[in-house]
Design a protein around this ligand. Sequence first.
Ligand code: GLN
Length: 196
Amino acid sequence: MYSHLTVGVLALQGDFERHLFRLSLLNANAREVRALPDLEGLDGLIIPGGESTTMNLLLDRFGMRSKLQELCRQKGVWGTCAGMIMLAQEVDDERVKPLQVIDISVKRNAYGRQVDSFHTEVRAELNGKPSLLSASFIRAPIVSRVGKGVKILSEHNGKPILLIQNNCLVSSFHTELDEDLTLTKYYLENLVSVFK
Ligand code: GLN
């Protein structure tokens, strides 16, 4: 269905395999992004969950930051959990220098430690329609400020958890761990196809 789209998943560290698998279930061309040349020819990019301090270090070590940032400003990009932290404007931890693609501020680990992880279903408004999404919160960040141009697509306990600004989608939760393909499809249709 999406075989005309090539989407990279940043694979320096973290939960990239699940995203690659979800993309392949939808017949998109999914590619691991481990080095600069892997950024060529992509129609979109996913920054997965993991550890944002480590991703931050590796981006610089492999000299990928500016090329990646350029891509994130042009193509459909989706950050989940640590990926959301990487794409934010501001992070409450000076060890992470964010890519500043979406105008939000985030607080790392604000849902607690690994043992405080939980799974739930959340309501989202996707293309004007109410949808239900499977969501896992694992040492998730909290969004502490939402800029003017940013739209909130879902909230949990009064806190924004899914947001979009132009070509950039971010979720503080993981949905790729479950069978639910709703958000992956939404990303391919509304971001990757549109900003191709
Ligand atoms: N706590 C991690 C970080 O700050 C994010 C956790 C996750 O991606 N599940 O990078």
